[in-house]
Write a protein that binds this ligand. Structure first.
Ligand code: PXG
Length: 437
C-alpha cells in the first residue's frame, strides 16, 4: 500500500494534527529491540519506549509466542461469573512485585480505564466503610490521568480539559511541583515539599472527612517529567492518613522499572492505597491496564456485600483478556529473568550524565530527570506553545529518532534493555538536531 494523503484519510488519528500529519506522514512499519523502521525504510531509534510501553524492547519473541499460543488455545472467554487461568496467574505474579499488603488486582484495558476503575473502587470502598458522603477529589495541576471522563476531570492539563465542559464535579487541584529555582536539578529537588500542604488546605477548606481520594503520579510524566521534591510524597501520605483519604499513585508511566524499582512507590519509599498501571505491564504488546489495591480495601468491599452477591458492579468485556494476560505474564518473566529493573538502575547514571549534558544548548531551558526518565524544555522563541516542540519532533524523526513531545517538552524514556551506546546515539541525535534549530 502506498501511504498517500488519500489512503490515510479514513483514520481519525488520536492526539495528532491529522491534516498536518497526512500531508507529511511519519509511519513505523517494523520494530526490533530499540529500533523502529519507518515506511521510508529508515532506522529510527526509540527514545521514548514507544509511549513508555516497550520497556523490554520491541517484538520480543517470548511475548509473541505466548500471545499466539494463548490465542490458539483459548482466544476469549468472559470474566463475569466464569474465568480463565491467565488472569489469576497474572494477578498472582504481579502482586509479587507490588508493595507489601497490596495483593488484589482488577484488570482493565488501558491506563484511562484503570483510572476510571480506581475512582469507582474508591466510591465502593467509601460506601462499604460508611464514608459514602466523601464526594470531593484531589488531583494536581499538570497531572495526566487518562482521557475518559473521570480521568479528564482529574486532569491538570488545560488542552485535555478545555473542550470538555461536562466533567465530574467536586475535583480540586493542588499546585504542580515545578519551580523556576529547581531548573536543571538532577533527581529530586530539595525544596518544594511545602507544596504538599495544598492538600491540607483543601482539608481545611472542604473538610478532610469529605475528601474521597488524592491522585498523584509519583513522577508527573506526560507533562514533561516533574520529579517530586524530597519529602513531598511522604507529606501527602501523612495528610491522607490523618483524614482517612485514599491515596492513589498513578503508576502508568513510573511502573515496571522506569525508576529502577518495580514501581514509583518503592523508588520513593511511600506506599499508596491504590496503584493504577498499564503500558509496560504488557510491554505494549497487548492493550491492558490494572488497578492494584491494598488488602483492606478489597476485604472491606467484599465483606460489605451480601454473601454470594456481586460485590462490585463494574467490569469490561475484555477485563482479564487471555491474550493480554499472556503478554503480561511473558513480559514480567522477561523483567525478572533479565533483571531489567536493576539494569535500569545501573544505566541511570550514564543516562542522566548524557541528558544533563544538553544543558549547554541555548535552546534548552530546563532539564529534569530520574531513573531512565527525563524531560527537557525548549525555548518556544515567541512561537505558539507547542509549535517548536512539534517542529523538533519532526526534525528528530527525520534524523532517525522517535521521541514523545508534550508541548515544548521532550520526554526521553529509553527501553530498559538499552545499552550505553544506545543512550549515546539518542542524545547525539538530539544534540545535533536541537543545535540546528
Ligand atoms: N495515567 C498516566 C499517568 C498516563 O501517563 C494514562 C493514565 C492513560 O493511559 P492510556 O493507556 O489510556 O493512554 C497515561 C497515559 C501524552 C500521552 O500526550 C500520555 C499518555 C497517553 C497518551 C498520550 O503524553 N499517558
Amino acid at each position: 500500500m502506498q501511504y498517500t494523503a488519500n489512503t490515510l484519510e479514513n483514520h481519525w488519528m488520536p492526539f495528532t494534527g491529522n491534516r498536518d500529519f497526512k500531508a507529511d506522514p511519519r509511519l513505523m512499519v517494523k520494530a526490533e529491540g530499540v529500533y523502529f523502521t519507518s515506511h521510508l525504510g529508515h532506522k529510527v531509534i526509540d527514545a521514548s519506549s514507544g509511549l513508555f510501553c516497550s520497556a523490554a524492547g520491541h517484538c520480543r519473541p517470548e511475548i509473541t509466542e505466548a500471545v499466539a499460543t494463548q490465542l490458539a488455545t483459548l482466544d476469549y472467554c468472559p470474566h463475569f461469573q466464569i474465568g480463565a487461568p491467565p488472569s489469576f496467574e497474572l494477578a498472582n505474579r504481579l502482586t509479587r512485585i507490588t508493595p507489601d499488603g497490596m495483593n488484589h488486582v482488577f484488570f482493565a484495558n488501558s491506563g484511562s480505564e484503570a483510572v476510571d476503575t480506581s475512582l469507582k473502587i474508591v466510591m465502593a470502598y467509601n460506601r462499604a466503610r460508611g464514608e459514602g458522603h466523601r464526594d470531593k477529589w484531589v488531583s494536581r495541576e499538570r497531572a495526566y490521568h487518562g482521557v475518559n471522563i473521570g480521568g479528564v476531570s482529574l486532569s491538570g492539563l488545560m488542552k485535555n480539559r478545555e473542550t470538555f465542559g461536562a466533567v465530574m464535579p467536586g475535583v480540586v487541584h493542588m499546585r504542580h511541583t515545578w519551580t523556576p529555582e529547581a531548573r536543571f536539578t538532577r533527581g529530586r529537588p530539595t525544596h518544594g515539599a511545602e507544596m504538599a500542604e495544598d492538600l491540607l488546605r483543601f482539608c481545611q477548606l472542604l473538610g478532610g472527612h469529605n475528601i474521597a481520594a488524592c491522585y498523584v503520579e509519583p513522577v508527573a510524566g506526560s507533562t514533561g517529567i516533574l520529579v517530586p521534591p524530597v519529602g513531598y510524597l511522604e507529606r501527602i501520605r501523612e495528610i491522607c492518613d490523618q483524614f482517612g483519604i485514599v491515596l492513589i499513585f498513578d503508576e502508568v508511566i513510573c511502573g515496571f522499572g522506569r525508576l529502577g524499582t518495580p514501581f514509583g512507590a518503592q523508588a520513593f519509599g511511600v506506599t499508596p492505597d491504590i496503584m493504577t498501571m498499564a503500558k509496560a505491564l504488557t510491554n505494549g504488546a497487548q492493550p491492558m491496564g490494572a488497578v492494584c489495591v491494598k488488602d483492606e480495601i478489597y476485604e472491606t468491599v467484599m465483606n460489605a456485600a451480601p454473601a454470594g452477591g456481586v460485590e462490585f458492579f463494574h467490569g469490561y468485556t475484555y477485563s482479564g483478556h487471555p491474550a493480554a494476560c499472556a503478554a503480561g505474564l511473558a513480559t514480567l518473566a522477561i523483567y525478572e529473568n533479565e533483571g531489567l529493573f536493576d539494569k535500569a538502575a545501573a544505566l541511570s547514571g550514564h543516562f542522566l550524565d548524557q541528558v544533563y549534558g544538553l544543558q549547554d544548548l541555548d535552546i534548552v531551558t530546563d532539564i529534569r530527570g530520574i531513573g531512565l526518565l527525563a524531560g527537557f524544555d525548549i525555548d518556544p522563541a515567541g512561537a505558539a506553545p507547542g509549535a517548536r516542540g512539534l517542529e523538533a519532533q519532526k526534525r528528530l524523526f527525520k534524523a532517525g529518532l522517535h521521541i514523545k513531545f508534550t508541548g515544548d517538552s521532550g520526554i526521553i524514556a529509553p527501553p530498559l534493555v538499552s545499552e550505553e551506546s544506545h543512550v549515546d546515539e539518542m542524545i547525539g541525535i538530539i544534540r545535533e538536531t536541537l543545535a540546528e534549530m
